[in-house]
Each structure stands twice: as C-alpha cells, then as structure tokens.
Write a protein that binds this ligand. Structure first.
Ligand code: ZN
Length: 327
C-alpha cells in the first residue's frame, strides 16, 4: 500500500539542490574557532571525491532580507546584530559567538539560502535540498547562542507557515547538541513536531533536551527528546530512532526539516558521541520514505554542527547520497 502511494507521489525524478558558494563559506568565525570558514570546503571536497556533484544541482547562495529575519527574530535583536557587525569586535553572546565585520551579511546568506530552498521545494523546482552551512539551531528569537547568529530553522518554519500555508512541519535534529533554539521557540506549538537525538545535556552544551521535555500546554507530547550518554554509538542511536520514525507516520508532516549536524561522529573535538555516518544514511533514507508517503518527497536538510573536517565530509555526503537516491 505504501509502495503505491510512494510511486504516485514520486513519479518525477528527484532534483536535489546543494547550495554552495563563497558567500556561504563566509559564515564562520576564523581559523582559531571550531566553526571556521573552511567547513564548506571540507564538505565540497568530499562531495567531489565521492563523485556526487554530478547528481545534484549546485545552487548559488541567496541573501535574506531583513523582513525575512523578522518573521522569526525580534526587530531589536536584528538591529543589535547589524550594529555588532559594523563594529566587528566582541561577542554576540557570552563568549561562544564572535562578532566579526560582516557577520550580519554572512548570517543573512545562511537564512536566504534556506528560504530559497524552501521556496523552490514548495514550487516543485527541486524535490529536496541541502544547505551545508545552516541548521543554526541554538539562536533564539532575541539572542545568539552556540555559534548561531540567525536561526534559519526557525525562520524556515515561520516562512512555511506564512508564505506557503504549511501547517504540520517536522523538525528532525540529529546534531550532537540539543536544538534548544528551535525547541523552546516552538515548545507550545502543537503543529511543529520535533524529534531530537543528542548527547545528554548534563554533559554537553546547551544543557537541555531531557526526555521529559515533550512540549508545553496544548503542545505537550508533540516533541520527542532523546538524550544519549557520552560514548553512545550507532547501536544506541539506531535503537532509539524508531521512536521518532513511528511518530512521524502519525504526524503526517507536510514538510520535513532535517538538521544533520556531523558532530556526533567519533572524533569530533567538542562532543563525546561515537557515531559513524551510518545514522545519517539511515535517518535520511527513513525520512525520504516518510516524505514520499506524506508530503510529496519534500525534505530540506541543513548541515548543522561538526568540527572534524573528515567527519563533515562523511556525514553530509551520506545525507546527500540518500537525498539523490530514488528509493
Ligand atoms: Zn552541534
């Protein structure tokens, strides 16, 4: 039965966009910072050596307008980032996220590329897309946090709501860190399903995302947080994933966002998880099935964290390989 539905909804070939360009690489905090400007090149080199470039549509980055940002962020926060970007010194938060000259424009490029991907998926130009420098899931509506200036995930959710009349959105986050900026800003929103697997907040920034955090008020039960202990590997990840996949079938999302941070792979300098890239492959494959059954194949994958260049290439290429696969 699923197979028939799947065939009818994916009759056309999957056109998968990958956003790539120098403007996107500018979102980074220098060579001494874990989130450097060289992360995009690490991914690109992997994509080339894996022979995946011919399978995707390479798409230039796009810049967001201020109004786009303010669909999610507060006006005063956007003004603060503009001022800090002009000054180009200090930190946007308490010490993780430096202000550099042009940080506002770099942040706009991340958000703009994500919104362009959303728009082109919704108008069927692309069936799926990947924006490597994106998934900045720690930024809140009114503040920066954890290397994240503007929360492209949050802006995308608001944009889907207000510009495309999409109500039921699934946000899946397999970054090693809890996606607090998405979770808390949509905690009371019953139509945003969140499934987030991450390292236990007692051992890792931002310290949140315990299993009993399932949403608030009428949205209680609409989110799944799965904290894993330090040292957890593929077997723990794969055995917990089923809880999210099972719920997705009931949610029947109209659009799927995947934050596929590479920082859970063994060897990441900031976290203590020990995944291989098998989880990234499996999750993307599973989401492809859910998307084909429920939302015309619509998946937008966002790079997220990852501070070991070899792992960035492995994890993100695993995602792209599954996005371009038909079934
Ligand atoms: Zn992370």
């Amino acid at each position: 039965m699923y197979e028939m539905t799947s065939l009818s909804k994916t009759a056309r070939p999957a056109e998968v966009a990958v956003y790539y360009g120098e403007a996107l690489a500018r979102y980074g905090f220098g060579d001494q910072h874990p989130f450097g400007t060289d992360r995009l090149a690490a991914f690109w080199n992997g994509l080339e050596s894996e022979g995946l470039i011919d399978d995707v549509i390479v798409t230039e980055p796009v810049t967001a307008l201020r109004d786009d940002l303010e669909a999610f962020h507060t006006r005063s926060y956007v003004e603060y980032v503009i001022a800090m970007s002009k000054a180009g010194v200090g930190f946007l938060d308490s010490g993780d996220t430096p202000a550099f000259p042009g940080v506002y424009e770099a942040g706009c490029c991340v958000v703009g590329s994500v919104l362009d991907a959303v728009t082109r998926i919704m108008d069927d130009t692309y069936s799926r897309a990947f924006v490597p420098v994106a998934g900045l899931h720690h930024a809140r509506r009114d503040r920066a946090g954890g290397f994240c200036v503007f929360n492209d995930c949050g802006v995308a959710i608001e944009h889907l709501r207000h510009n495309h009349d999409v109500q039921r959105i699934a946000y899946i986050d397999i970054d090693a860190h809890h996606g607090d900026g998405v979770f808390y800003e949509f905690e009371d929103d019953v139509d945003v399903f969140i499934g987030d697997i991450h390292e236990d907040g007692r051992f890792l920034y931002p310290g949140t995302g315990s299993a009993d955090e399932t949403g608030r008020g009428t949205a209680a039960g609409s989110k799944i947080n799965i904290p894993l202990p330090p040292g957890a590997g593929d077997s723990e990840f794969l055995s917990e994933w089923g809880k999210i996949e099972e719920r997705l079938e009931a949610v029947k999302p109209e659009f799927i966002l995947l934050q596929c941070g590479a920082d859970g792979l063994v060897g990441d300098p900031l976290t203590h998880l020990r995944f291989s890239d098998a989880g990234h492959s499996m999750v993307t494959r599973a989401l492809r099935g859910v998307a084909d059954r429920h939302c015309g194949g619509r998946i937008l994958a966002l790079g997220g964290g990852g501070y070991n260049h070899h792992n960035i290439a492995r994890a993100w290429c695993a995602v792209v390989r599954e996005l371009v696969r038909q079934r």
